[in-house]
Design a protein around this ligand. Sequence first.
Ligand SMILES: Nc1ncnc2c1ncn2[C@@H]1O[C@H](COP(=O)(O)OP(=O)(O)OP(=O)(O)O)[C@@H](O)[C@H]1O
Ligand SMILES: [Mg+2]
Length: 469
Amino acid sequence: MRILIIDNDVDLCRSMQAQLRAEGHRVDFVHTGADGMLRLASDSPDILFLDLYLPDTTGLRLLKQIQDMKCDTIIIMITGVQDAKATIESIQSGAFDYIRKPFDLDTVLLVIEKAARHIKNRRAVTGKEGIPISPLENPYEIVGSDERIIDVLKTIARLSENRVAVLITGESGTGKELVARTLHNASSPLQPFVAVNCSAVVPTLLESELFGHEKGAYTGADSARMGKLELAGEGILFLDEIGDMAQDLQAKLLRVLQEREYERVGGSKLLSFKGRVVASTNRNLLEMVSAGTFREDLYFRLAVSTIHLPALRERLEDIPALTNHILAHLNRELHKDLREIEPGALQRLKGYDWPGNVRELVNVLTRAALLTRGHLLTEHDLLDALEPPYSRPGNDDSFKTLREMEKDHIARSLQASGWNITRTAEQLGVTRVTLRKKIDDYHLTRARFMPVGRRNPIERAAYRGMEII
Ligand SMILES: Nc1ncnc2c1ncn2[C@@H]1O[C@H](COP(=O)(O)OP(=O)(O)OP(=O)(O)O)[C@@H](O)[C@H]1O
Ligand SMILES: [Mg+2]
């Protein structure tokens, strides 16, 4: 059992901790109500021993506050002989039981046993028996048993034995970067993995990012700089969102791939490129080739071998395994202790169509994990996480201005695509520039939907220390 003691008597806390630890329990203590609330919010214990007298509040008041948090923690009051009235009141307010000072270990163990029985029965009665979350085995694993995922794994294994260029395609959030990194781990883990996001930077900057530049190559180039081609060494150069690369840069890249030689911007020395190119895109490059916006010769250089990732809605059967994997990850990254997920919650996840794919699943589960207090991720927590703040009841569309409607619609589309600008712009039928302008205009920020920043906690953990621009 995980046990928390809130009592200002330091000796009592220490001795209870030592004795209960010896019985195999995990025991923490704090001495004030304020610290107690913080601790309860960050990790919810199975059992709380709560003193009636605290320096900053009363046990009774705290009890009521904790009841409002609706966590599953069982509360046992610690009372004194003269506290009969307060004791009764606390039981009426929802405390599970009480122990009277001074008490011995047996009394405490007895009440813990009673609480444990109660927890078990409560689960059986409420049907809250969840599906257990098994521990994280391999954080970098590509999870899934869909045959297309199995094929992807086989292809990665095959490609790890050679150095041909690879093009990874798939909708936003389907795991393209994960596949690129997995290929890297399988083939050249000791060499660099250098990622370049071709849609993130303006073309001229991208050129110097890729090729590097000499001192004075352009205004502001105060010193020479190595490009990503150089930094990649004999490792992998990951060209993310290659479909967004400007045409003149496509031509320059093609030359590197053909000749394996290039110069820094403003330089004349020939440098040789020894890396392996892995590119990714969520756009249909062949269509772009037909439309004349992507060079055909570059396409064939990049797509020597291709890996296509299925959308999540095409493999909903993988959702339980993915959910388990992601929650186990989040436990570690967010210091949570989720142990089970309600079957209803899993059903909800399987019933959604996931336009933002696995990335959206990670985001939803991250929000749900942050909302969850107990060890069980409930359907209720999940619904709160699935429902964006702007579409809650009471936020009635009929009273909105056109501007507000547009703002909400853009926000929703961005969220669904995991803030993929290219994809959202395509869906909304505007250019990326227009979309960016509107994002600025409406002050839309990713943080509103993703409390955890640009990358989700899983990516941040997996890609820690790896180079990215
Ligand atoms: N099969 C999978 N197993 C486990 N985790 C996955 C899987 N596919 C994707 N993920 C996770 O989903 C998130 C998004 O993956 P990734 O960044 O690789 O997608 P992407 O296709 O590059 O997305 P985007 O197009 O938005 O850049 C990451 O946290 C990644 O770890
Ligand atoms: Mg990506």
